[in-house]
Structures are given as C-alpha cells and as structure tokens.
Design a protein around this ligand. Structure first.
Ligand SMILES: *Cc1c(COP(=O)(O)O)cnc(C)c1O
Length: 243
C-alpha cells in the first residue's frame, strides 16, 4: 500500500510494521494449526505503549483494530490525537496496573479494561463509566504465581471479583487476563489460567475471553485457548527506553 503523501520515513515505518504484523500472524497461524484451533479464534491486540499515535494510524491502515496501552496519561493523550475515523474503528484495551483515582479517566477512552484486579476498582470504574455514559468491557487480571508487583488478583479471589464486576451496571464481564510469571513455564501458567477461566465461565457464560501471551510466549497461549494475544515488541520493535 503506498500513499503519495508519505514521507520516506513514514513509508519505511509502515513497511516495518507490515512485516512485523505478517510475522506475528504467521506465528499465530502455525501455533493454531499445531493446536488444532481456528487461527481466527486467537485475536491480536497490538500493544502500542511508548510508541506514538502516528504508529497507531499506520497500524490501523494495515488492518489492526485492537490496540493495548498500559499508562493512563500516555493512553489518554494518544487516543485523543487519533483521527476521528481511526478512533471510531479501534477497540482500545487498557492493560496496565490501575490506580483507583485514574478510573474516571480510563473509563473515558478504554473500550476494554483487561487489568481489573481488586474490589476497590469495580466501583470506581463503574462510576467512571456511568459518568462517561459508556459501557466498559472488563477482564479480571489473575496473578498466576500469587506474587505481588506485576498486578493480578490471586486465583482464590478471582471468582468473587468476577461476581462483583458482573453486578456493576456499566461494566460487562468478558473474561480473564494474565501475564506468565517471570522465569516460569508459560505452558503451565496458561494451563492454570484456562482452569480459572472455565471456573468463572460456569457462573458467567458471557466471560469467554482469555487474554494471554505476548511476543515471547504467544505459541503457549494459543495452545491453552487464548482468545486475545497482546503483542508489542514483535510488531513495533524494541520500546524506546524511558531514559
Ligand atoms: C507490554 C505488555 C505486553 C506486550 O509485551 P511484548 O513483550 O512487547 O509483546 C503485553 N501485556 C502486557 C500486560 C504488557 O504490559
């Protein structure tokens, strides 16, 4: 795809992103075939954190419809910089750790919040969504090793949190999310996540999403039934350092 208004830099960046997307789609297809799954069942959320709105515009032009962001301030600014037509066709996923005072802001632009991990956030996000006049889709983030620090509710607390989201008027429970524990076996971790997901689905049939897998472990996530893969580096390249 060429655009006569392109600068050489922009054309080169589009080509990088196109190749990255193609490689990731190929990986998803191979992993799905090996697992006997339809590749369309494992959707791609392209994690654009630390990268500019211009990259989101290019990704949208390449067919991307789901993006992930992990910092409220950055995400709010980036989403408001998008062309209205781009914004309208994108689903914005918030995947970072949440402070309750940020819920009002997050509810204004996030279509999906994947990282809800404590009871206090349910009321705050529900109120934010009500004020914004929106419905927000929610995944419960699960801590698969129970370690604090990277976010997530311990497995024992997941069901109660799901029930609370299910009762909130402006939130829609869609499933679970997790990050594989550092240094652990992702197959074991995502297998456990699949069990948690099935437990929650027994009471909440609409909670069918399982968000798992990143650039390094998306194959394991596909093997264990992920419906959403959150991939940044393998598409956009190494994130700019924060200095
Ligand atoms: C940054 C991030 C990703 C993407 O990680 P990559 O290794 O760059 O693919 C996925 N999930 C979460 C929660 C993240 O913060």
């Amino acid at each position: 795809m060429t655009d006569p208004s392109d600068s050489p830099d922009r054309a080169a960046r589009r080509e990088q992103l196109r190749v990255g997307l193609q490689q990731v789609h190929d990986r998803i297809e191979r992993a799905s075939a090996a697992a006997g799954r339809d590749p369309d069942e494992a959707g791609l959320v392209v994690v654009t954190k630390y990268f500019p709105a211009s990259d989101v515009e290019l990704l949208h032009g390449l067919g991307v419809r789901d993006i992930g962001e992990n910092k409220d301030q950055e995400a709010a600014a980036k989403v408001s910089d998008l062309a209205p037509g781009t914004r309208a066709e994108l689903r914005v996923h918030f995947i970072g750790q949440i402070q309750s005072k940020k819920c009002g802001s997050i509810a204004r632009y996030a279509d999906v919040v994947q990282s809800l991990d404590r009871p206090k956030l349910v009321g705050a996000l529900d109120r934010g969504a009500a004020t914004a006049g929106r419905q927000v889709e929610v995944l419960i983030q699960i801590s698969l090793d129970g370690a604090a620090g990277r976010g997530g509710v311990p497995i024992e607390g997941a069901q109660a949190l799901a029930d609370a989201v299910g009762e909130a008027g402006h939130l829609r429970l869609r499933g679970v999310m997790a990050v594989a524990p550092l240094g652990g076996d992702p197959d074991e971790a995502f297998g456990r996540l699949g069990e948690v997901a099935r437990g929650i689905r027994a009471d909440h049939p609409e909670a069918t999403w399982v968000s798992a897998g990143m650039s390094g472990d998306l194959e394991a996530a596909v093997r264990h039934g992920a419906t959403h893969l959150r991939v940044g580096t393998a598409i956009l390249g190494t994130r700019p350092s924060l200095g």
